[in-house]
Design a protein around this ligand. Sequence first.
Ligand SMILES: Cc1cc2nc3c(=O)[nH]c(=O)nc-3n(C[C@H](O)[C@H](O)[C@H](O)COP(=O)(O)O)c2cc1C
Length: 170
Amino acid sequence: MSNEIFEVVRTVMAIREYDGRPLPDDLARRIVEAGHLTASASNRQPWHFVLVRDPERVRKLGSLIRTGRYTSGAAAAVIVAYEKEFGQYGMSDASRAIQSMILVAWGDGVGSNWTGFGGMEEVRREFGIPDAYDVLAVLPFGYPKRKVIGKKKRKPFKDVVSSERFGQAL
Ligand SMILES: Cc1cc2nc3c(=O)[nH]c(=O)nc-3n(C[C@H](O)[C@H](O)[C@H](O)COP(=O)(O)O)c2cc1C
C-alpha cells in the first residue's frame, strides 16, 4: 500500500544547490504554514518563523551561516527561533516544526536543508529577533539544481532498531 508521506520521508535529501527559480508565493506561504501548524509541548508554540525572500537579504543571511554559506543561492529562507525560556522543550518544538517545513517543501518539489549552530546569534541580531529568542536554524529553500536521487547513507537498520528490548532484532 503506497503512502505519500512515507515517500516524502524516503526521498527527501539535504539540498545545497538551487536552480535560481523563485518560489511561488503560495508555496512559500505553505512552508511557513506547515511550521505554524506543527504540534508543540503543551501546545505552547514557543517559536517564531521569519520568511526571508528579498534576494539581498537571503544573500546576507548566507554570509552569516558558517555551515550554510550556500543559503545565499536559495530562493528563500526561513529563520527558526524559539523562546529561550522554554529550553529543551522549545528546541524540540522548533525541531519538529523544521521537519514539517522541510517535508512539505519536498512534497512540492522544493529542496531545503537545516543549517545552523554557527552564526545564529549574528542572524538573530541582523534580522531583528528579540533577545528572548534563540535562533535554532536557518532553512534555505529552492528548486534543486540537479535531479535528486533519494539514495540515503544510513547506518544499517538492524544497528539502530530493536524489537521489544534494546539489541533484540526486529
Ligand atoms: C540537526 C541537523 C543539523 C544540520 N546542520 C547542517 C548544517 O549546519 N549545514 C549543512 O550543510 N547541513 C546540515 N545538516 C544536514 C545533514 O548534514 C544531512 O541531512 C545529513 O548529512 C544526511 O544527508 P541527507 O539528508 O541528504 O540524507 C543538518 C541536519 C540536521 C538534522
